[in-house]
Design a binder for this molecule. Structure first.
Ligand SMILES: NC(=O)c1ccc[n+]([C@@H]2O[C@H](COP(=O)([O-])OP(=O)(O)OC[C@H]3O[C@@H](n4cnc5c(N)ncnc54)[C@H](O)[C@@H]3O)[C@@H](O)[C@H]2O)c1
Length: 240
């Protein structure tokens, strides 16, 4: 039976790499994203893209019902959709705070709620991988407080679900990358970006393919006994 992986934020820099790597590992991949301007970067044979705003609970429920109907279940869920809104603390409006939490945390929460019932009857060890951020842990870098909080909430959900579903053989982990070269870099001004890259020990940003390799590892057999962990990827920047 072909394994089914659902990736959110699949049209973004990191999401597209994750989809392509899992496609190369013979998964059927369903990519969810707000925008599908360019669908040409995927191997179409085992690929489906769905346009959806994941911050709306009813959309998520309906979409996962459609996935159940078409594929019968889910083996891997990667909650990768997210953004980073850049206002300073004293300028964050209530609308911006809500949007930040909705996109980064509610979407993950809703997708976990909708996906777990589709995972329960699948064979083997099923995987949920949440894409968090170093920003939840490193307070030297620029990340705004609502972004940090959204990822900290995600990581607490990771631990709760890891514990809750351990006996059902569903593993739940977070991957928390630092500076990874994707279109999300556009939210930063030139100075902030170059300082943040200079602080990386290798002197370069990480590449989306390097983070995707970790998603692939956790999705495969190597990830079977790993659950409830927040895996920090940052070239060793914060080791003291
Ligand atoms: N790039 C980095 O340096 C970095 C570092 C740490 C964490 N992250 C995290 O990695 C994840 C992927 O980010 P990226 O760097 O590839 O950025 P990206 O902007 O290239 O991709 C994000 C994708 O999420 C989608 N998305 C946003 N809101 C959505 C919604 N409501 N519904 C559905 N899709 C939505 C966007 O359309 C986009 O395709 C994010 O969660 C981000 O916080 C990135």
């Amino acid at each position: 039976m072909k394994k089914v992986a659902v990736i959110t934020g699949a049209n973004g820099g990191l999401g597209a790499e994750i989809c392509n790597l899992l496609l190369s590992q013979a998964y059927s991949v369903v990519g969810l994203d707000l925008n599908w301007t360019d669908n040409t970067k995927f191997d179409f044979q085992n690929w489906q893209s769905i346009e959806i705003d994941l911050s709306i609970a009813e959309n998520v429920q309906q979409t996962f019902e459609d996935i159940r109907y078409r594929y019968g279940g889910i083996d891997v869920l990667v909650n990768n959709a997210g953004t980073c809104l850049m206002s300073d603390f004293d300028e964050i409006t209530s609308d911006e705070l809500i949007k930040q939490i909705e996109v980064n945390f509610y979407s993950c929460f809703y997708c976990c709620q909708a996906a777990i019932p589709l995972m329960i009857d699948r064979p083997g060890i099923r995987k949920i991988i949440n894409i968090s951020s170093n920003g939840a842990y490193n307070f030297d870098v620029f990340d705004p407080p609502h972004y940090r909080a959204s990822k900290a909430a995600m990581d607490t959900l990771t631990k709760d679900l890891a514990r809750r579903y351990a006996k059902q053989k569903i593993t739940v982990n977070s991957i928390a990358p630092a500076m990874t070269q994707t279109p999300l870099f556009d939210v930063l001004d030139e100075n902030t970006l170059s300082n943040a890259i200079a602080a990386m020990p290798h002197g370069t940003a990480m590449q989306p393919s390097q983070v995707a390799e970790w998603v692939c590892f956790l999705s495969g057999k190597g990830g079977d006994v790993c659950s409830g962990n927040i895996i920090i990827l940052n070239q060793g920047r914060d080791v003291r």
